[in-house]
Design a protein. Structure first.
Length: 230
């Protein structure tokens, strides 16, 4: 069984399909129930020591903010996630039957003022947190994936404004939409599976020097196959 998080799957999809050709440093921000990030540095996906690299959504940006599922208060994702936007909408429209981010986005597209307001607030919160990424990783490209990209024309100006206004120095990274995270996750899951199995296949079919081959044939001990790793 192969496991990975949705942000890594989305970024793997971008890499596998060649949409990052020429890019060596990028970060993908996957916006959904939470906010996850995937880091691409020096042409490699970064997993970290324990596989948890990229959990920037759990970095507090306001210690007085709501409690996050991780136990801390005011994490980036409690302001910028789709769940946060939906919760804010329900606070305004207490009798609303909207129970999904897609339903909320549809209402925003139809001109519902409350829906438009909370999506605008989500865009500002998402953009403000990008400073964490630029300050720590300084990528040349930031990709946004998730349902919020279905209203990209509405949220892009706020994202760009927040990003540009919070730079420590220099030019802001390019900012692009990676599209609906659902499709990107499926495509990325296939990409990750293919990538790891290609690596595994190559590692188990390397051509050995003649001396090494001879030594292996003379040994009765079975060598373990290399395990697939991040």
């Amino acid at each position: 069984m192969e496991l990975d998080n949705d942000a890594n799957a989305c970024l793997a999809s971008e890499i596998w399909h060649g949409r990052l050709d020429g890019v060596r440093n990028a970060v993908l921000v996957a916006v959904g129930e939470g906010v996850g990030t995937s880091i691409y540095t020096g042409g490699q996906l970064i997993y970290g020591f324990n596989g948890l690299a990229g959990e920037i959504g759990h970095v507090p940006i306001d210690p007085r903010g709501p409690q996050c599922g991780c136990g801390q208060r005011g994490c980036w994702e409690v302001f910028a996630s789709s769940r946060a936007a939906l919760d804010r909408y329900r606070e305004i429209k207490k009798d609303s039957e909207t129970n999904s981010i897609n339903g909320l986005l549809q209402r925003a597209k139809e001109g519902d003022p409350a829906a438009e307001k909370v999506i605008a607030q989500q865009a500002v919160a998402l953009g403000s947190g990008l400073r964490l990424i630029t300050a720590v990783l300084s990528p040349e490209l930031i990709l946004i994936a998730g349902e919020i990209t279905s209203v990209w024309k509405q949220v892009e100006p706020s994202l760009r404004s927040e990003l540009a206004g919070r730079m420590l120095a220099g030019q802001a990274p390019r900012l692009e939409s990676a599209g609906d995270s659902q499709l990107a996750r499926l495509s990325g899951a296939a990409a990750i599976l293919l990538h790891r199995h290609v690596r595994f296949h190559r590692s188990t079919h390397e051509v050995k020097p003649p001396a090494a081959n001879k030594r292996r044939k003379s040994s009765s001990r079975k060598m373990p196959l290399p395990a697939s790793s991040h």
